[in-house]
Design a protein around this ligand. Structure first.
Ligand code: B12
Ligand code: SF4
Length: 483
């Protein structure tokens, strides 16, 4: 079972998907006695807690292609699952993870990724994942160029959940796989790297390989490619912009989070703790993209530690001044067990102190977190970021307490004043190209994909490509007009 998302991580809606995932697992359990193993990035953010919650036999944190095969071979060969490095086992003796023989695999997980060959895609086969059907029904095709992230941004679960080293796939294998998808009729491909431009040398090598094959062959399916990428504001230079355009990049989704240096300091950082961009890098990126006709989506993440109404206003003014196709704002931050923010909040809370800013819509009492070393086991540490003491869902979020309005207090407080302020900071005349959160967290205005009415409408009408690229036309599209 792949558990891709545990929840929407959307601070206003805070919808958790785990009970519907569990219902599917429970149903499968009634149809088979085969052992159940789960993986996926959402799963990997709290794997010990989830093997217990789902009542399943095994879990894999991070890349699964090698470990799953090793497990299947062990079970088929009558060997103990304890022979499978990294496997999380849940049985009558409790939950434990088999240690990795190679300690560098534990955190980096490079050796666990299939880097040399393209992953085979089986569109059109009823018993396999049908990429073409997914694409035709409004999904984006997807392509992985590398696994993992070596950076250490405060809110981010990815270096821990995926691996804190880059496992770079061979450029030829990546581009072979792109060609195979394009030949199957899937033209919009989204990168599934944590960030496509980190590491830039490898990213450029992939782009050069696309450009080389396009220039060599006029009938290459790569001429139809529309590539959508996730990037950080740096590294990004003029050569990279040109290569992206030549390769067929249609849109760039960049996540600078904020514009104020004092907030980015210690927030968006390399593994050594150094900030790796400033707001001028974002401006340059948008300019280059506009020059080459590539659309841009720039995302702010408001409410981080140190945020005040003034820094929020300044950030909005800066973001609105960008030459971007769409600007998106998220207010509030999901706190995960192994993100630097999660660990530091647990250390501050120390099992007894409710730290100001910890919030959950479902919280009925102050949220207290205990650091890993103070918990009876790993599953208990992970559980407190998703469940309350009685086992109900209570996903933990953080909002800078300086954003609380008059009369607002308590762990279930929804920061409505801050939301109103945020809306008031964006000039009405500019709203068409802006994604702003709403109080329910799911409306045609929200940048929240789970059952979003606008996204469902796009799908019905046969739009493809990144959701956000249709955003400025949303009112016309919602009324049924084909743009
Ligand atoms: C690209 C991306 C998107 C794109 C997807 C485009 C597309 N067509 O694919 C878009 C923008 C649409 C998107 C939307 C959303 N996303 Co997103 N997305 C990603 C991203 C960057 C890549 C996902 C991916 O495909 N990875 C590549 C695959 C190969 O990796 P993988 O899924 O982890 O699988 C590996 C292992 O986990 C393991 N594995 C997987 N399954 C199994 C099963 C078994 C049995 C085993 C053993 C192993 C195993 O092996 C695999 C190969 O190594 C991830 C972060 C990341 N770096 O992975 C976030 C991420 C998954 N997204 C996230 C979220 C929350 C969402 C949304 C819910 C946001 C929202 N509220 O709208 C939506 C949901 C969309 C949906 N329908 O599911 C979160 C999930 C957090 C969580 N704890 O749940 C992530 C982790 C981002 C983050 N940092 O928080 N997303
Ligand atoms: S937000 Fe930071 S840590 Fe997370 S994937 Fe991006 S660069 Fe890596």
């Amino acid at each position: 079972m792949t558990i891709r998302n545990t929840d929407t991580i959307y601070p206003q809606e805070q919808r958790v998907f785990l009970s519907s995932h569990k219902a599917i697992i429970d149903y499968l359990r009634t149809r088979t006695t085969a052992p159940v193993v789960a993986g996926g990035v959402g799963f990997s953010s709290m794997p010990h807690a989830l093997v217990v919650y789902f009542g399943i036999d095994y879990g894999v944190k991070g890349p699964g292609e090698l470990t799953l095969v090793q497990l299947a071979e062990a079970l088929a060969g009558g060997e103990a699952p304890e022979t499978v490095p990294g496997l999380i086992i849940n049985d009558t003796t409790g939950v434990r993870q088999v240690p990795y023989g190679d300690p560098s695999a534990a955190a980096g997980r490079v050796s666990l990724v299939q880097r040399a060959k393209p992953y085979r895609r089986h569109s059109g086969r009823a018993d396999r994942v049908d990429n073409l059907a997914y694409f035709r029904r409004g999904g984006l095709g997807n392509i992985l160029t590398k696994n993992g992230c070596t950076f250490a941004c405060s809110h981010c679960l990815e270096p821990d959940a995926k691996g804190n080293r880059f496992a770079r796939r061979a450029e030829a294998a990546v581009v072979d796989e792109m060609e195979s998808l394009l030949t199957q009729g899937i033209q919009d491909l989204h990168t599934t790297d944590s960030e496509f431009n980190l590491n830039i040398a490898h990213s450029k090598a992939v782009l050069r390989e696309i450009v080389r094959r396009k220039s060599r062959d006029d009938s290459s399916p790569l001429h139809d490619l529309r590539l959508w990428i996730y990037v950080q504001p740096a590294p990004f230079d003029a050569e990279y912009a040109a290569l992206l355009a030549q390769a067929g990049c249609a849109g760039i989704n960049v996540a600078p989070d904020h514009s104020r240096p004092e907030l980015l300091e210690g927030w968006k950082v390399s593994s050594g703790g150094t900030r790796f961009y400033d707001f001028e890098d974002v401006r340059k990126l948008c300019r280059w993209a506009a020059e080459y006709g590539m659309a841009t989506m720039v995302e702010a993440l408001l409410g981080m530690p140190g945020e005040t109404p003034d820094t929020m206003r300044a950030c909005v003014a800066d973001f609105q001044s960008l030459d971007a196709t769409v600007v998106g704002y998220t207010l509030g931050i999901r706190v995960f067990p192994y993100s630097p923010l999660g660990r530091s909040l647990a250390a501050k809370s120390a099992g007894s102190r409710p730290v100001p800013g910890l919030q959950s819509n479902n919280a009925t009492e102050p949220i207290v977190l205990t650091p890993l070393e103070g918990c009876p086991d790993i599953a208990s540490y992970e559980r407190q970021f998703m469940f309350d003491g009685a086992g109900g869902f209570r996903p933990v979020y953080y909002f800078s307490p300086a954003l609380l309005g008059e009369g607002e207090r308590g762990p279930g407080q929804r920061y409505d004043h801050a939301l109103e302020r945020l809306w008031s900071y964006v000039p009405r005349s500019d709203r068409l190209r802006v994604m702003l959160p709403t109080a329910p967290g799911l409306s045609p205005e929200d940048n929240n994909y789970a059952d979003n009415p606008f996204l469902l409408r796009l799908t019905e009408l046969g739009y493809t490509g990144a959701y956000w690229s249709h955003w400025p036309k949303r009112y016309r599209i919602m009324q049924g007009a084909l743009a």
